[in-house]
Each structure stands twice: as C-alpha cells, then as structure tokens.
Design a protein around this ligand. Sequence first.
Ligand code: AMP
Ligand code: MG
Length: 339
Amino acid sequence: MRRALLLALAGLLSLGAAEAPEREVQVRFLMGTLWTVEAEGPGAEAALARAFAEIRRLDDLLSTYKPDSELSRINRTAATQWAPAGPETLALLARAFDYAETSGGAFDPTVGPLVEAWGFKHQDFKRPPKAALEAARKQVGYRHVTLDPKRGVRFARAGMSLDLGAIAKGYAVDRALAGLSRDGMVAARVDAGGNQGVFGRPPALDTWLFGIKHPREEDAALGVVGLSAGGISTSGDAERGFWLDGVRYGHVIDPRSGMPAQHVLSATVTAPTAEAADALSTTLCVLGIEAGLAYLEAHHRAARAIFVEPDGSTGRFRVRPQAGIDWRPARAVESYDVN
Ligand code: AMP
Ligand code: MG
C-alpha cells in the first residue's frame, strides 16, 4: 500500500517534470527598435532564433534606412523607370495602399518627404518654412504611385518615396508569430515597442496585459488593455516628437495638411493582426476620435481603439476607451508590460 502510494507520488513528480513548459525570452535591437520575443513550447530557444531571423530578413527587405533594402532600391529608381519588386513587398504595399484608400489618405505610405521636412527622419526636428512644406506636399500622395504585379512600382512624380514605417513592424510581428506557431509553440508574445502580438496563454494569467503609457511621464502607465490573441499597437507623439513654443509636434503626419497630427496624444488599437493594429493606430492618430471611430465602424469592425486626449486646459489627460475593449485603469492591476 505504502509502496503503491510512493510509486504514485513518484509518477506524479515525473509527470510534473515532463510537463514543465519550456519557456524562452530574448531581446534584440532590430528595425530601429528593441524587440522582446517570448515563447512557450518544445524547442522554444531554436524557435526564437528563427523568429529573430525572420524579423531581420524583413528589416533587410523593407527598411528605408538600409540603402540595400528592396524598398530603398525602389525609392531610388521608381521615379524614372519601373522598379522591380518581389511579391511579398508588392503585397504589403498593396495592403498599405488599401488603408490609404479607405481612410481618405489619412494613412499614406508616400508621406516620407513630409516626415523628412519636419526633421523626423534624421532627428533634426524643425518647423519647415512654408515653401519647403508646399514642395514636400507635392511629392506626397499614394494616388501618384502605380503597383503592377509584373513590372513593379512606378512613381508619377520626382522626389516621391515609399515609407512602410507605420505598418512594417506590425507585419513583422505577425510573421514572427506565425513562425512560432508553425514551430509548435503553444503561446508567444512578440513585442516591438509600440507594436505587439500574442497567441496562447501568458504565464500565470488568463489573458495578456498591455500597459498604455502615460503620454508625458516616463515609465508611468494610465492602465492596461487585456488581449487574448491578435495585435495591439500604440501611435502618438510620445516616442518621437519635439516641443516648439509650447506645442508638441509628433512624427505622425496628416498627409492631407502636411502638419503633424494634433487631435490626440495617442491612439491604441487592438485588431486580429498586428499589421492591422499598426496601420490603424497610425491612421486613428491622424483622424482623431470621432472620424477614427467612424472609420473603424465602416471598415474594421473587429478592431477596437483607446485614445488619450488632452483634458482642456487642466494639463491632465483623458482616456477614451471604445466600447468592447478590455480596458483596466491603472489602479486595478499589479503587473503589466508597457506598450
Ligand atoms: P507608427 O509609429 O506606426 O504610428 O508609424 C509612424 C511612422 O510612420 C512615422 O515615423 C513615419 O515614418 C510614418 N508616418 C507618419 N505619418 C504617417 C501617415 N499619415 N501614414 C503612414 N505613415 C506615416
Ligand atoms: Mg503604425
């Protein structure tokens, strides 16, 4: 009897040891930002290495900071001739143009010349003189770009360029997650700063929690959003922007006016994919709360948004969570990742 009990106990213990989940977390700097990837499952370490290799591959393909990337090569040649483009780049460009079309140009992957005019590309922030702004505006407009599955990309105007900075990280998050899932991971989180994606269950919690950063204080959060699967992305003026005469100018530009978006301090979006969350958070920064919610209602009903806006002249902030999003104000929680 006693022996049977001992055997049963030993069995339980060994079962426990066999089931101890293999969990890995690694951090790398890629695409100009810090990536944290964590995964749970057999062979997690090797799966993580493959995920980082995939992110690096996409950085090499889509970066506008790397002169040898496919996108840089397209930008150098498409104004004078058809620039060949691979199917993956063309497909991502086509999806980016779809966001441009449906949002009435609030999202626009040709916004580069304006981003540069405001000094956001090389961190030499400035308010551009009127003539420079007008010149840059003429070089912006997704309608002046043609995508062709056979010939590639062609710009109708000189000085144009493509910038996937508002959607490529989300796409890379999705690709990394898909690879981790194919590799047999039961749960994973891919975090590229403002862009994240998850599947499976987090350790010791029912759902993944993401902090919404305080827009003006380092290392402070306004609260957290719960998300069980898909992507979450925050866009705003906090991560890249500058102050001039008491006004904060952020790196999300309204392509229609040429001015940095001013409606909200940040927009956070949850969506079925990290790519959608990425593109939509940028779009909603430009559109603001009313037009942004109407846009989601019309085109992206599976997405949910949270906005942070200035609260009049009080110097405080107001959080505006859309109905249906799992929003938990800061007091109610103890631990979270700051998104
Ligand atoms: P995100 O952090 O995803 O909101 O992306 C911001 C980056 O996307 C900027 O640094 C620019 O490179 C680019 N960008 C700025 N404004 C827009 C816009 N209206 N549409 C698309 N991309 C933009
Ligand atoms: Mg974005």
